[in-house]
Design a protein around this ligand. Structure first.
Ligand code: ADP
Length: 191
């Protein structure tokens, strides 16, 4: 049973689609953003460290987030395969993930990339900012898009070279995109 990675810029609808895909396949949806927000809410040492970094739109250090993911993937409920959302986010994290999967005897299936043009991303995120998330102010949104372009976008080439990448058009209704995600990741052993 292999794991899936969901990749895409902030505001692409990655979280929504990742949840739907995980439910359809009966695998766990592991979102590092959700895990960190839960840690912040619970006031754990990780949460205390993460809060200011998240609020500014920056990334936690690769080692810290990789340790969080490794501990989570080692748990029994992950044995049937997981869908990773929000990790890896840098090339260093992609290499760290490869080591984690090796150590745990897991394999990576596809990497689904949700593609949405930048102007549409900004529009959607400013809309969502009205819901009041601390990391959704215009300045932080621009910072997160920049960090995505600099740090995360190189993963596209990295996984493409390895033959794992599946590109998905993220424009359209949520249901239309869900259907594209489903067909793009069909035939994956996490099914
Ligand atoms: P998005 O809205 O882009 O999907 P997430 O909910 O995945 O954002 O993550 C929110 C914040 O949590 C990020 O901006 C970052 O500060 C932190 N974070 C999440 N995943 C990682 C990661 N893999 N590496 C470093 N920081 C992370």
């Amino acid at each position: 049973m292999s794991d899936l990675v969901f990749l895409g810029p902030p505001g692409a609808g990655k979280g929504t689609q990742a949840k739907r895909l995980a439910a359809a396949r009966g695998v766990l949806h592991i979102s590092t953003g959700d895990m960190l927000r839960a840690a912040v809410a619970a006031g754990t040492p990780l949460g205390l460290k993460a809060k200011a970094i998240m609020d500014s739109g920056k990334l936690l250090s690769d080692d810290v987030i990789a340790a969080v993911v490794e501990e989570r993937l080692a748990q029994d409920d992950c044995s049937a395969g997981v869908l990773l959302d929000g990790f890896p986010r840098t090339l260093v994290q992609a290499e760290l993930l490869s080591g984690i999967l090796d150590r745990l005897g897991r394999t990576l299936g596809h990497v689904a990339l949700l593609e949405v043009p930048n102007d549409e991303l900004e529009r959607r995120m400013l809309e969502r900012a009205k819901e009041g998330r601390a990391d959704d102010t215009p300045e932080v949104i621009r910072r997160r898009l920049e960090i995505y372009a600099e740090e995360t976008a190189p993963l596209i080439g990295y996984y493409d070279e390895r033959g794992l990448l599946r590109r998905i058009d993220g424009l359209g209704s949520i249901d239309e995109v869900t259907e594209r995600v489903r067909s793009a990741t069909d035939g994956d052993s996490a099914a």
